[in-house]
Design a protein around this ligand. Structure first.
Ligand SMILES: [Zn+2]
Length: 131
């Protein structure tokens, strides 16, 4: 047992990481974790061990079941559902609109929305110039 004071509620990097979302869990695909550099994986696993030392098994009973849904709650095909016994390696794929990494190679929905907004704005201005 350490004397380190636990960080509570609206303080700390984890709280900031979740930003304004109401998410209660962090779910990460094993294939993506196994595709990170080995040194990163080693640090990550050490930190998981520290968490287990402090809290034991989480959850203490049962298992979580994860399914991918879209923003409307409709189930989606999850290309990362099966980890292929650790043989799958994923290369970061960049969003064609913003250049930031995206797991599935599709544009971020926020980028599509912004792109559409800019296109609409441009069309509006073109109409204004012609009329
Ligand atoms: Zn993007």
């Amino acid at each position: 047992m350490t004397n380190e004071k636990p960080i509570v509620i609206e303080d700390g990097a984890i709280h900031e990481f979740f930003e304004l979302s109401y998410a209660s869990y962090l779910v990460l695909p094993r294939s993506v974790l196994q595709s990170m550099p080995l040194q990163w994986q080693s640090k990550f696993v050490k930190m998981l061990a520290q968490m287990e030392e402090r809290f034991g098994d989480v959850p203490p009973e049962g298992t979580y079941y994860v399914q991918l849904k879209d923003e409307h709650g409709h189930f989606l095909h999850d290309p990362l559902r099966y980890y292929e016994r650790g043989r799958r390696r994923i290369e970061p794929i960049l969003c064609p609109l913003c250049g930031r990494p995206t797991v599935d190679g599709n544009s971020h929905s926020s980028c599509v929305t912004r792109e559409q907004y800019l296109a609409d704005k441009q069309a509006e201005q073109a109409e204004g110039n012609n009329g």
